[in-house]
Design a protein around this ligand. Sequence first.
Ligand code: GLC
Length: 609
Amino acid sequence: MNPSIQDPVVKKKVEDLLSRMSLDQKIGQMTQSERMECTPEDVKNYHLGSVLSGGGSAPGENLTADWVDMSDAYWGASMEQDTNHLAIPLIYGVDAIHGNNNIRGATVFPHNIGLGATNDPGLLERIAQVTAKEILATGVEWTFAPTLAVARDNHWGRVYESYSEDPAIVSSYSGGFVRGLQGDLGTDSVVGCVKHWVGDGGTSNGIDQGETTLSRAELERLHISPYYPALEAGVLTVMVSFNSWNGNKCHGHKVLVTDVLKDKMGFDGYVISDWDGIDYLTEDYYQAVGMGVNAGVDMFMVPENWKTFISHLSSHVRLGTVSMDRIDDAVRRILSVKFAYGLFDKPRPAERSWSNHQSFGSDEHRQVAREAVQKSLVLLKNQGNLLPLNKGSRILVAGKNADNLGHQCGGFTVAWQGTSGNEFIEGGTSIWEGIRGLSPTAVLSRDASAAMTNPQDYDVAVVVIGERPYAEGMGDIRSGDDVIIEAGSQIKGALKVLEPYGHTLELADLHPEDLGTITAIAEQGIPTVVVLVSGRTVIINRELEEATAFVAAWLPGSEGQGVADVLFGDTDFHGKLSFTWPKQTRPTINKGDENYDPLFPYGFGLSYS
Ligand code: GLC
């Protein structure tokens, strides 16, 4: 329950406005389009309640000013009252999931898998507060975060969006992150959205949007439990999940959405669908619309076919297959959030105090991200106490991820699938740049060729390896053809299978170039510190064996110098594994499993002290 929603003054305003709305205006509020699929005029003519930017969907030059102008145009149109249109402010949504990661020059925080290793709920709340400010700088009010997934299979393409395989860690963060975003719902606040409801991290084989088969008790223990602290913190929106539970898709699951989330748990904000999430319910879109609304979803992310959605829902109401009571419940919830957040009383985006604020991407904000990087690193091996490095040593830096800001940021950064190279992540520092900053004599040789020509010139090598960016199903690892058939979901009859990232979690097979680089250097007798940039616990047995020291850096984001700080001992290792590190790709193992025999157990992490 959110006390602002329960405020009698808010309730009165909601009922008054609701009583004056036409059916078209009510259905419009339940509809969310995407910025590339609708204009400000559409917002006014169809009374749209929300517009979003999908991952990487940016206006103009993708600067804060372009975003503010865009948001201002949509908001302004929504407020142009006339005989046909009631002034109800639009709410704009983005995936600011590790900072306001879409925008050029934003502070990009470590992805959640790294934050899980910090075990620092206070830090998470500060990250959320900074993220809120960098969202407000773009004139946007709503983020689809935090993700509360409890990822149980490291084959999943979204493991890095999960804090931990352990619901206890996710629960320890969820309330604070919501408070960090939503605060007192004042001028420093944005609207949060916990996702994906429910069981997204529990699908078989880690197939994205797949099937989560669990008893009700296990679903509660593993995947529902982290939502309680978020609801207690007053989170205003929840996003429903693509996956199924015991064969039934969450987007059409009245028990999960209405009976459990709304009635039993008392959630009083609004539920939004995921991207075309109702398409997966049935091949008949008309039926799918009715199923989603009657399940209890309140707002529908229908980026392309929003006009069809509106038309079908209008028909359902006229024919009585969707009741006006259900429509009023959905719109009541949406209006309650908008009034509780003060959206009706805010100035237009262009006139808000945080819009285009100079703190966007500031050193102050980046310092919080640098601290998060430092605390997220996990030291897995340190033979002969090779670490910490001496700043006066002759250091060779190698590996494909040493000087690649795009790779160290991962997916959902500027582009949906992330980027490669340094040009798109403005204002950040690569791991190499961080090392050079502390040890100016260091030499970069990505393919380590320098080690072959003059091995005697180096005391130690730092080899930064790992994955390239990916997002959602395109990040899945699908070992074996059978699981591909399960992949994704039925979209309009044709099984849409997103090309997975690979077919093995063995890093030596997935990215043989990495072991090649490590071996080339180790064979020259140069002690080697391996730094792994990855979105999950890939199988590293062979790389670990060749390394003298081994650091898990996860997806550290824009502030790569946080890695250098720890490698040189300016600050100690702090991180502890929030995911079990397996020895083999199957069976997946998690904390508490029988016959638990990992490469490194949950909670593992060495330090200098
Ligand atoms: C995506 C994701 C969801 C995201 C939404 C909007 O498909 O599942 O996490 O918030 O679409 O980009």
